[in-house]
Write a protein that binds this ligand. Structure first.
Ligand code: T3D
Length: 263
């Protein structure tokens, strides 16, 4: 597939996906959804990919749905938003969460509407100090989607989730980090270097082990301690046969740095 709305590459174990409609603050239309879906499938199927970066081009990260084709004239039938979510946003969020490798989100600017929640669906979120998070939905009569009603209370508690969702106020990257919504806020000029450092570290880490960590932490919702202990046991059993576990223990014993291959 030719990409016109995203930039995409996989090199040296690092998949990079940049939302690339900067004049619309990288808001999503159907074409961009199709391209992102295609790129995520390539990351999933590429055995050399060990970490993925998601970011935005220009001054924004993503302003959610492109609203330019959502205006409804009196008497016209509106677009079926449920259909749009079923076809586009739900597979995107589930696709990010299911990737068997860590996804780093570099929030380079404003993340609004679905754009904010797409960032929250990633595994490690680093934002530039000038970036912000806006649950813009209430301002146009909608409910937070793309997992917003799921992620927000879990990350920041119900009082702050309710305030963010009902008011649609801008939350600075600094406060987002303080509140535990994201991993880290860094100075704007330091974002590229901070992100590259994370990508390097994760691209050389034991990928299967990281995928299992992601799976176990995502499974914790609605489960019991006993069930989670069972899952940890099962994952550990499989990981205990991996090359990277063997290498990790050998390197520790020999007092040398490990050389993980992701297998
Ligand atoms: O519809 C479905 O399929 C259901 C799913 C819905 C999911 C959703 O995401 S609903 C929520 C949609 N998003 C929003 O409501 C956010 C709309 N945007 C804004 O509120 C503001 O743009 C921001 C707060 C994000 C940024 O403000 P600011 O002042 O920094 O920038 P700006 O001037 O508003 O935007 C710059 C340009 O991008 C501007 O175009 P122009 O005037 O330069 O030609 C603006 O119209 C455009 N833009 C920004 N957001 C969108 C957009 N164009 C289309 N759709 C957008 N969402």
């Amino acid at each position: 597939m030719n990409y016109e709305n995203i930039l995409f590459s996989i090199e040296a174990g690092i998949a990079r996906l940049t939302l690339n409609r900067p004049d619309r603050l990288n808001s999503f239309n159907d074409a961009m959804h199709a391209e992102v879906r295609d790129a995520l499938a390539r990351v999933r199927d590429d055995a050399t990919a060990r970490v993925m970066l998601l970011t935005g081009a220009g001054r924004g990260f993503c302003a959610g749905q492109d609203l330019s084709d959502r205006a409804v004239a009196p008497g016209e039938t509106p677009v079926d938003l449920g259909d749009s979510i079923e076809r586009n946003y739900k597979p995107l969020i589930l696709g990010l969460r299911a990737l068997p490798l860590p996804v780093v989100c570099a929030v380079n600017g404003v993340a609004a509407g679905a754009g904010a929640n797409i960032a929250l669906a990633c595994d490690v979120v680093v934002a530039a100090r000038s970036a912000s998070f806006i649950q813009a939905f209430a301002k146009i009569g909608l409910v937070p989607d793309s997992g917003g009603t799921y992620f927000l209370p879990r990350l920041v508690g119900s009082a702050r989730a309710m305030g963010l969702a009902l008011l649609g106020d801008k939350l600075s990257a600094h406060d987002a980090a303080e509140w535990g919504l994201i991993w880290q806020c860094v100075e704007d000029a330091e974002l590229p270097a901070a992100v590259e450092k994370l990508l390097e570290q994760l691209a050389q880490a034991p990928t299967r082990g990281l995928a299992a960590i992601k799976q176990a932490l995502h499974a914790v919702e609605g489960t019991t301690l006993a069930a989670q202990l069972d899952l940890e046991r099962d994952l550990q059993r499989v990981l205990g046969t991996s090359d990277d576990y063997r290498e990790g223990v050998a390197a520790f014993t020999a007092k040398r740095p490990p050389r993980f291959t992701g297998r």
